[in-house]
Write a protein that binds this ligand. Sequence first.
Ligand code: ADP
Ligand code: MG
Ligand code: ZN
Length: 488
Amino acid sequence: MTTKTQEWEAVIGMEVHAELMTASKMFCTCAVVDTTLAAPNTATCAICTGMPGVLPVINRKAIEYAIMVGLALNCEIPPYNIFARKNYFYPDLPKGYQISQYEYPLAVNGWIDIDLPDGSIKRIGIRRAHLEEDTGKLAHMDDGSSLVDYNRSGVPLLEIVTEPDIRSAEEAEAYARKLRAILQYLGVNSGDMSKGVLRVEANISVRPVGEDAFRTRTEVKNLNSIRNMYRATQYEIERQIKVWESGGAVKQETMGWDDARQATVTQRSKELAEDYRYFPEPDLPVVEVSREWVEAIRRQMPELPDAKRQRFTEELGLGAYDAGVLIADRAIADYFEAAIAAGGDPKKVANWIITEVFRLMNNDNLEREDIGSIKVTPQTLVELIGLVDKNTINNNIAKKVLAMTYEDGGSPAAIVKEQGLAQESDEGVLREAVVTVLDDNPDEVQRYLAGEEKVANFLMGQVMRAMHGKGNAQIVNQLIAEELDKRR
Ligand code: ADP
Ligand code: MG
Ligand code: ZN
């Protein structure tokens, strides 16, 4: 049998647009508002609606946030950067041009390490990060008309572009997760892709393994979650392989992701840079970035995910896997650290979060990063672990109490008291239950004495059942062994 198997590999470069959470917009004093909540066109002025004759003024905080991101991405911060006009017409762009950066971006030549599912780490090059202004938002109505909201127009937007170093949809996902975590840790972006404040685009091509040159790429946009980004990338890789294998050629175009059809769809053929007729923005000065300014910003930077992981393993004694899970998202790391601050033992807290808390959230269709909004507070979790440590309740009852606090909130100690869930550690009471179970199960006792040791588990289950789950497991275990010995 002969099979024609050409091995293909993907080549992917990511372009991410991140709105910066400054108080005001990039070039005017309008507030940056949540455009999914604010009434349309209530945070606008003559500057961000592109009226003739007005002058933009650079938001210093936006520059500082962008430098901070550049440093976090291990970029060089050139001594000056220059805003440029990117000319094109679209109804969401009232000036007819977008103020962006082109030849002289704010940050260049960086890298980040991404964490792959198999535990390995890969370094992805960051080509550049530049500042621009966001556009307005169009809403297309069923009757064919379109509405525009300029609240988003002029919001500071940082575009972060990688080298084409990514080789699979898994790596693309790991990149998006790591970058999002870094932005969240820095406090410059919420990471909420469903609200469009973080927008991830994948430039994708494929080539036969061993071929040096890159082939034509497509760009997939409109990805409102990391999950959809992964699916779209995987789909697009497979689609392109089929095109080449059937003797066709991939066309350079911009695609979107159709969630209903679970397929990428053509949106438009791609503009070339020359179509935009970039030129330096005459209304803005060159931005000079002194080394002192850069160092002052560097000193204010919070701990980033990689440093936090190192601290969690080296200082708190967590395993690499647990630490990786806990640092993956700022909300999870914050929750964990709040529990440690409340007196929790790091390993026990990590274990309860990763197994039990995540299981409850998963059953509830919550994402792990929603951990900040659940009814089990970090303090609640520490209180629960304390009840287990003091032998007030056993592990199984603790899981039940956790589920109760997950549903209704409240204090584990109070729930244990109200519902009489404290465990029975009285030897006399427990021995009586053990003896009754052994008397009631003579066949099992015989099998045990004949060498079938696992029967002890069954007997344990019977005793716990008789104790309504509240027996002190350690003591019960020991008493079963003792009572069985007596019957040899
Ligand atoms: P443009 O200016 O059209 O956006 P760039 O050259 O800036 O194009 O590249 C945009 C992104 O596409 C970068 O992340 C880059 O790494 C990636 N890229 C460039 N060529 C390819 C290719 N052939 N296949 C996949 N990705 C590519
Ligand atoms: Mg680009
Ligand atoms: Zn404005």
